[in-house]
Ligand binder design. Sequence first.
Ligand code: ATP
Ligand code: MG
Length: 144
Amino acid sequence: MTAAGLERTLTIIKPDAVAKGFVGQIITRLEQAGFKILAGKLIQMTREEAEGFYIVHRHRPFYGSLCAFMTQGPSMPMVLEAENAIQRLRDLMGATDPAAAAPGTLRKEFASSIEANAVHGSDSPEAAAFEIPYFFSDLEICRR
Ligand code: ATP
Ligand code: MG
């Protein structure tokens, strides 16, 4: 948390959504929902970078496939700020599996499978505290 109850979270527009040309629409939805973008960049993760980012999932059966997917093309990590940003982003994203995602959520609209699910969002303050500096230094994060 920062001053005034504001919270920061990390989102990633994943390689499937970048490849399909959904970057603009997803950013529009984030801004319309009240998130301020404090940082963002287009990157193509190496295998090691993807493995490190998703290290909490290293024992899950989908870990290898997930890390391959995250390296298959450019993705766009961004730092977002809002009141209660972590939970609000999770609500806007919808369920991990787009088939189970509620109408109006980003994954319902833009995702194609449980793996290629368009967006990432930090799932806790502890996760955000790991994930934001994983991609961005303090100097790259704007105060707005
Ligand atoms: P994220 O962490 O990307 O925001 P999430 O918190 O909804 O998504 P997690 O359980 O943390 O879901 O899984 C991380 C990512 O791993 C998912 O977003 C998805 O890309 C992939 N994934 C999760 N479950 C599966 C599965 N059963 N099969 C294939 N890929 C999966
Ligand atoms: Mg997660």
